[in-house]
Design a protein around this ligand. Structure first.
Ligand SMILES: *Cc1c(COP(=O)(O)O)cnc(C)c1O
Length: 388
């Protein structure tokens, strides 16, 4: 019997379920001790000083932008090859969004293209306040160069590492803050570890951390040191700015804590499956993933490019044939600038040719910790059949 193999899915075990059940029976469903414990563990794993957990990574990107001071008249740059949330966070702040094209091999932000665009923006007086490189599929772009450019041009780096929980770059964990002022993780069920819905911002800057904590909870503080009138009474709190309710629950945080205990196992399994794909697919007319030399990816996605100009079936035909065979292939990503909302802001086909050519060819194959060798063999066999 043939069953559907999705491109990604969560892995929940009895320990995860027991942890959630214990919170459900406890006094705190939200704003309780599981959140702080989850944040501590996230920060420890990523060698960051602070982690602020929120209800999803989209909210994390939003408050990271607010904390970076992004507002109307400012500019945010990201890549077209990402989920729409990496760009939308700029629009939430009333800022203008623009894009930097991707590297044709790593499919992440092309740091050389970033440098060229920054030089032009300096001459035109249109430098960005925030740049969001995306750790696409779990692999970082040339973050050393991004950091050097950040020092030179003064923009804040928010790394969207939604795909990269557990990844390393230059021998240090993604999130450690060596190359980004803030790093965002997602805990959506298709990502590396899950809380159902959830996200976090990591930073080493205590002032940014305080601001993020306030923004996630209505802009309210109970910290006497942050109050205009600290002596009103023990009940007192102050709303110091317009914040949001972006809190995560203890139910979710404890699931995240339990999942983090399994992170090393998840990463090892993903890496093993990637090695198998690399070997099993190497003689097919496909471009396989390639990492920056300093990268140890978390392998959220395994994307292959079906060469547009080959005599073999094109990406659309390969996609349809695999779906018909119950293989849940997917496409990551439709270039953000080609979404109708962004076209109406003035973007058009041809603006970012590398991301557009990549999109015509990209196909995400199933990859998740619970994928078995036999299931993977079935994916490979179907792919070989379809490519003839
Ligand atoms: C999943 C994802 C997000 C959004 O994450 P949510 O937790 O679903 O809000 C943002 N950026 C990228 C690159 C993603 O893959």
């Amino acid at each position: 019997m043939s069953t559907f193999i999705p491109y990604g899915r969560q892995s929940i075990d009895d320990a995860d379920i027991a942890a959630v059940e214990a919170v459900l029976r406890s006094d705190w469903l939200t704003q309780g001790p599981a959140i702080a414990a989850f944040e501590e563990e996230l920060a420890r794993r990523a060698s960051a000083r602070h982690a602020v957990a929120v209800c999803n990574a989209t909210a994390a990107l939003h408050i990271a932008c607010v904390a970076a001071g992004l507002g109307p008249g400012d500019r945010l740059w990201t890549v077209p090859n990402t989920f729409v949330a990496s760009a939308n966070c700029g629009r939430y702040c009333g800022a203008d969004v623009d894009f930097v094209d991707i590297d044709p091999l790593t499919w992440c932000m092309d740091a050389a293209a970033l440098e060229v665009k920054l030089e032009a923006a300096r001459r035109a007086g249109t430098l960005p306040k925030v740049v969001i490189p995306v750790a696409f599929a779990g692999g970082s772009c040339d973050m050393k160069r991004v950091k050097r450019l950040s020092d030179e041009y003064g923009f804040t780096v928010i790394e969207d590492a939604s795909h990269a929980v557990g990844a390393s770059y230059a021998g240090r964990p993604v999130g450690c803050g060596d190359y980004a002022h803030m790093t965002v993780f997602s805990f959506h069920p298709v990502k590396i570890v899950t809380t159902g819905e959830g996200g976090a911002v990591l930073t080493n800057d205590p002032a940014l951390c305080d601001r993020l904590r306030r923004l996630r909870s209505h802009g309210i503080t109970r910290d006497r040191a942050q109050m205009d009138e600290p002596d009103v009474g023990a009940w007192s709190y102050e709303m110091q700015e317009l914040g949001f309710n972006y809190r995560i629950t203890d139910i979710q945080a404890v699931l995240g804590l339990s999942q983090l205990k399994r992170l090393d196992g998840f990463l090892a399994r993903r890496r093993m499956l990637v090695q198998r794909y690399d070997t099993l697919l190497k003689n097919l007319p496909l471009q396989l993933p390639q990492l920056d030399a300093l990268d140890e990816s978390a392998w959220h996605l395994y994307v292959v490019r079906v060469k547009d100009n080959s005599a073999h079936a094109d990406r659309r035909a390969v996609f349809d044939a695999l779906r018909a065979a119950d293989i849940g292939v997917n496409v990551h990503y439709i270039p953000v600038h080609l979404q109708p909302y962004y076209r109406r802001l003035g973007f058009k086909p041809g603006d970012f040719p590398q991301a557009e050519q990549y999109y015509r060819e990209a196909l995400s194959l199933p990859l998740y910790a619970a994928l078995t060798d036999a299931q993977q063999d079935r994916v490979v066999a179907q792919l070989k059949r379809v490519l003839g």
